[in-house]
Design a protein around this ligand. Structure first.
Ligand code: GRF
Length: 183
């Protein structure tokens, strides 16, 4: 699993009993690393600025991942756009969770943008990762209502609770061979 920060989705996957082989962070202070360590999951930190090029950085990530031979490579808040070579190397295994109902609101600040747009429903999406950011085929979504007094924080918390239900379910289904990336 690849993270950069809080690690609440990682926590949800661990609590669901999934066999997390390795957690990689691109930031050594990521709170999610503590969650992994406390659960006895091996961790690695690979910081982008330690490498002269993006392809070298991603090459190290790919080698680490290869050593653990995972069936699923799950991104959760990993703040780095992965290049085409890395993506191609992990086709069929690489998934991401995004805090909106894609194709609506790709990118950042999804909850504030959903409120500004006046949508009545918002939610989260797990999708296959392709070279285009937040645009790969959707695997699963969960929706929440947008309430009249919502702020980005209250709406985001409602969405996050659904992320924690959706991601373990989808990862398990891929692991079990029930979900396959379309060609
Ligand atoms: C989640 O909202 C996820 O949808 C987005 O980044 C956030 C990561 O949160 N891609 P966490 O680190 O799993 O708590």
């Amino acid at each position: 699993m690849l993270i950069s920060g809080r690690g609440s989705n990682l926590d949800a996957l661990i609590r669901a009993g999934l066999d997390i082989r390795l957690v990689i962070s691109d930031w050594q202070e990521a709170p999610g690393l503590g969650i992994a360590r406390r659960a006895g999951v091996p961790v690695a930190t690979v910081e982008r600025q330690a490498f002269a090029s993006r392809s070298r950085f991603e090459g190290v990530l790919a080698e680490l991942i290869r050593a653990y031979a995972p069936r699923v490579v799950a991104l959760a808040g990993f703040m780095h756009v992965l290049g085409t070579e890395f993506v191609a190397r992990h086709t069929g295994r690489l998934v991401n969770i995004h805090p909106s109902l894609l194709p609506d609101f790709p990118g950042l600040d999804t909850h504030a943008r959903a409120l500004a747009a006046g949508v009545r429903e918002h939610g989260c999406t797990v999708h296959w990762v392709t070279a285009k950011v937040d645009a790969g085929p959707v695997i699963g979504q969960r929706t929440v209502p947008v309430l009249p007094d919502d702020t980005p924080a209250t709406l985001g918390a409602r969405v996050l609770a659904q992320e924690h239900l959706l991601y373990p379910l989808v990862v398990y289904k891929i692991f079990a061979g029930e979900m396959v990336q379309p060609c």
